[in-house]
Design a protein around this ligand. Structure first.
Ligand SMILES: [Fe+2]
Ligand SMILES: [Fe+2]
Length: 152
């Protein structure tokens, strides 16, 4: 049988099923609890992406956006408590970055709730960049400091 013929179809199926945001080791900040929280945030963004592709309505997407906002606030304050208890020198600029990110995701929520915005691929890519950019560009800076304080 010419199984190779099915290759392109399998690729298409694979692409359709593929999550928007895949965790990989490059995202690890080397602190177990924080990696787990980042994975949960990635999971919520993937759920939103799946819902968008499936054309889910407000009754599904609205609560998912709320979940993203709430978990983001929880996660950021978790990091900030670690900064305070360990005397992280970059705490204040990191906190400013968090505040800006919360503002952005709250704006998105407001625009979605009021019907001003829909969840498009553009919005999904924005969310992916919003989180991956922060983990890679800002969170990773605390790894060695917090590790040296015994936070692992
Ligand atoms: Fe952070
Ligand atoms: Fe983080």
């Amino acid at each position: 049988m010419d199984l190779w013929k099915f290759g392109p179809i399998n690729n298409l199926i694979q692409r359709y099923k593929m999550a928007l945001f895949n965790w990989s080791n490059q995202y690890s900040v080397n602190i177990k609890q924080i990696d787990e929280q980042h994975k949960i945030l990635i999971g919520i963004i993937n759920e939103l992406h799946d819902g968008m592709k499936a054309g889910r309505g407000k009754e599904v997407m609205g609560p998912l956006i709320n979940k993203l906002v709430d978990y983001t606030v929880f996660h950021f304050s978790f990091e900030e408590k670690l900064f305070t208890s360990n005397g992280y020198p970059e705490a204040s600029s990191h906190k400013n970055t968090h505040a800006a990110l919360v503002k952005k995701v709250n704006e998105l929520k407001k625009d979605y709730d009021s019907g001003k915005a829909i969840l498009s691929m553009e919005v999904m890519n924005f969310l992916k960049e919003w989180l991956s950019g922060h983990i890679l560009g800002t969170d990773k800076k605390y790894s060695s400091f917090l590790n040296s304080k015994g936070v692992v």
